[in-house]
Ligand binder design. Structure first.
Ligand SMILES: NC(=O)c1ccc[n+]([C@@H]2O[C@H](COP(=O)([O-])OP(=O)(O)OC[C@H]3O[C@@H](n4cnc5c(N)ncnc54)[C@H](OP(=O)(O)O)[C@@H]3O)[C@@H](O)[C@H]2O)c1
Length: 447
């Protein structure tokens, strides 16, 4: 039997406590599987007095995670504190510099400093594992790093934020407004008191930055990602989407295109009967299109104490078995610079919702602007939101702007933006038109 693998766990909150629970419950099973004991030698959190409902055994307590990270008694430092900078970063750097393997669930840290940390890990010949950092319990990092490592990935996209998916799913199912559902999500603990990070798309962008680096062998480049959140999505959009055969999802999308890598976070329309459209509530999903393997879709819990702990534990077991993989699949010197594709060149169909003034010639002027941009319209409906239908709510007042929804045929982002700017300038609409990209899915996804 090999020496026990000794762990120092910093952060005993949702994920840390879940990990201690798992390691205790499956102690014998894990030992059998990797042929050695997994022992928690040291732990750190802010408050030693807090009851966390888990056994700390004879693990030594450290007030300072950095001291734990350097302590000679540990071989693996497990960082479950969170935050891109501050003590989490200091402790991870200290651990790598001291030649310890690192396991972390910290997407912010990796999205901001992943490349520098991967270099440090390489220099010291140690592991930097982060399965839990993207989509919690879904094994997407291992899928990219191991199972698909012989493929060229063309595209990776997914629902990477449970809070946003819960809000959009509930709006659609219960015909309720964004503000109302957000408030309820906050009361139920699904959304933070300050929800900006989630609903603004930034959390998804952190995860996408990590995925695009792994998928395309490029340097992590969080600042190159185009980010749009879900704040502007209204009940009218959700209803129109449903009626036209779509659902709205906040997607993180990374794809190779002719001019480089297109990486964006945006609300997107997906066909209502596609597998990804049916991913509801706080569940996450990641789809990967690869040359030899084809298309894969992984669906599962994107967060939570147990599922995230499961991902962290699998990283620890890899180290226990001696299986150490380059953090971003290849040596950092082989990672290519991020070559950003022009979003204006993005090709696709679009959903456009306009509030058109009820005046003669308004629709003709709008049609002309679309025609000027060579944008052809697949379908166009003048629709009133359900709340304004007779018998359900008030009728639209005479002279009030009329909601018009159109789906375009494939065009470019540049063309659609120019047309929308011109329509707005013409003064035919009462507010900035809503534009949502329609995501092109693979044949398998369409079902
Ligand atoms: N929660 C999820 O479902 C989930 C899913 C995927 C990834 N993650 C990632 O996992 C990490 C941990 O998340 P979490 O939800 O478990 O967070 P959490 O519940 O807030 O726990 C954070 C832990 O860090 C400790 N801590 C904070 N500052 C510290 C300091 N200066 N020194 C020592 N300990 C300190 C806290 O101590 P006290 O307990 O004493 O306050 C707490 O135990 C984050 O990077 C997060 O993004 C979480």
């Amino acid at each position: 039997m090999q020496q026990p693998l000794t762990l120092g766990i910093a952060g005993l909150g949702t994920v840390g406590a879940g990990l201690l629970h798992l390691l205790d419950r499956h102690k014998d099973r894990l030992e059998e599987r990797v042929g050695r004991q997994i022992r928690v030698s040291g732990v750190s959190a802010r408050s030693q007095a807090k009851d966390r409902g888990v056994k700390l055994g004879d693990a030594r307590w450290f007030d300072d995670p950095v001291k734990l990270a350097r302590d000679p008694s540990i071989a693996v430092f497990v960082e479950l504190i969170g935050g891109a900078d501050g003590v989490a970063k200091d402790a991870v750097e200290a651990a790598l510099n001291a030649g310890k393997h690192v396991v972390t669930a910290n997407k912010a840290l990796l999205a901001e400093h992943g490349l520098a940390l991967a270099k440090l890990a390489e220099e010291h010949g140690v592991a930097l594992n982060f399965e839990a950092a993207v989509a919690g319990g879904i094994p997407v990092i291992k899928t990219l790093r191991e199972s698909l490592s012989a493929n060229e990935v063309h595209r990776i996209y997914g629902i990477l934020n449970g809070t946003c998916n819960y809000i959009l799913t509930t709006m659609a199912a219960e015909h309720r407004s964004f503000d109302e559902v957000l408030k309820e999500a906050q009361e139920r603990g699904y959304a933070e008191a300050d929800p900006t990070f989630d609903i603004g798309g930034f959390d998804t962008a952190h995860k996408l930055a990590i995925l695009t680096s792994l998928a395309f062998g490029i340097k992590v480049a969080l600042d190159q990602i185009h980010v749009e959140g879900i704040q502007s999505i209204t009940e009218a959009d959700i209803e129109a989407a449903e009626d036209m055969g779509y659902r709205i999802k906040l997607l993180g999308v990374g794809m190779r295109v002719e001019s480089g890598i297109e990486a964006r976070v945006n609300p997107a329309m997906v066909p209502r009967h596609s597998a990804i459209a049916e991913v509801s509530g706080v569940t996450n999903a990641v789809a990967i299109d690869a040359d030899y393997c084809g298309s894969l879709l992984l669906i599962g819990p994107g967060a939570g104490s147990h599922s995230t702990a499961s991902a962290v534990a699998s990283d620890i077991l890899d180290i226990a078995r001696g299986s150490i993989t380059a953090p971003f699949l290849t040596q950092t010197r082989n990672l290519k610079p991020y070559k950003k594709a022009k979003l204006g060149a993005h090709q696709g169909a679009y959903y456009v919702r306009l509030s058109v003034y009820d005046r003669p010639g308004a629709m003709a002027a709008i049609a002309k602007r679309m025609g000027d941009g060579e944008i052809s319209i697949e379908s166009m409906v003048q629709r009133r939101p359900r709340s304004a239908l007779p018998g359900i709510g008030a009728r639209l007042k005479p002279g009030a702007p009329t909601p018009v929804v159109m789906i375009t045929h494939e065009t470019t982002e540049e063309a659609i933006r120019q047309a929308i700017d011109a329509i707005e300038k013409d003064g035919k609409v009462s507010e900035r038109p809503q534009v949502i990209r329609i995501e092109k899915l693979t044949e398998e996804d369409r079902r």
